[in-house]
Write a new protein. Sequence first.
Length: 198
Amino acid sequence: MACRSYPADTRLQSFFAEGYERERDARMKYYLETKRGAGGAKDQSEMQIRGTFGGKGLPQIDPRQFAIAKFKKEKEELEKYVAENRLDASQMMYKPREQVKGLLYEGFSKEGKGRASYLKERKLQIPEKKYEFPVTSSWNYGWKLDECFALKRPTHARSSMIRDNFFTRNGIPTMREPNVPPPHGMERSVTCANINMC
């Protein structure tokens, strides 16, 4: 039976990984110690150069403090932008007509007048007549739909009137006027005028 070349146990794998890391760290430590010992003159010149240019170099930045400061700055900028561009209700909503506004000052709400009648009258208007643009996303469906389907009769076109060709879903014709003859092919159809039960 063939034996595996690597351990299948996770504990054994982590043991070997830790061993490799320890060996790597020991090699790196030895390399750094011998490099510093061999190049003493070079280290002295580096120390002199660092001394003339201010020592440690760039200041150390704590990434957590930097992220917090950046977040606070962005939050303040966003709040400032929102405060400048915020619309109040008076800018979103059209002003009511003077007749409707006058309902506020007539009587009490308990009697169905005053504020109650004002709100009832205001509720009867569709949102397009009260607001400049949709306030909620649910208003997007059907917003200004009446403008899309405005049926305008052309000024120089012909149109015919259809009177007696409409039928109900079950195919029985609707009641007609007694002096109007039935349409072609419908002479035998039963109408309420022929039956005394209607």
